[in-house]
Ligand binder design. Sequence first.
Ligand code: HEC
Length: 149
Amino acid sequence: MLLRSALLLTVTLTIAGVAASSARASSATGAPASRRTLGVGDTVAMYTDSQAALGLEVFTAVCSECHEVEDLTNEDFRLNWDNTTLYELFDNIRTTMPDENPGTLTPQQYIDVTAYVLQLNKLPAGDVAFTGDSASASAIRLPLPPVGH
Ligand code: HEC
């Protein structure tokens, strides 16, 4: 949990930085600095768009034999994975899928298809690729509140 605390600290410091700069910006007008809490819009980017594009190919070639996109985005899916870590989701896919032949894709294919699942669930892409590294991925929680909540 040390790593998780470190991540939270980083996020907190980043938000503090944003608040500090808006405080500077607003001091001219005398308006109070806005206070922000961590919301979905602040979710850290966990993968890149190009990974998700490669993941779509894996999904189409392998996963779509058994899964509709709906299976990996619906209410049940989000309830199952909300607030688990990125590593837990990745590790689950890597060690249990494809259901009849777990572990048969390349490590990179598992990484890419996990990125695609994140994209399907509207988590934001960024500049830093998901590497499958357990230490960093275990520090990232997945905000997957059921849609509409
Ligand atoms: C041969 C059929 C089959 C294939 C191919 C397959 N899956 Fe699955 N998958 C299942 C079944 C059955 C379940 C539900 C039971 C279970 O968890 O084992 C499942 C469950 C899952 C879950 C958990 C869903 C939830 O609601 O929590 C994820 C995530 C997942 N699969 C991802 C994938 C990905 C990604 C691929 C492609 C790499 C894939 N699956 C390929 C049959 C398959």
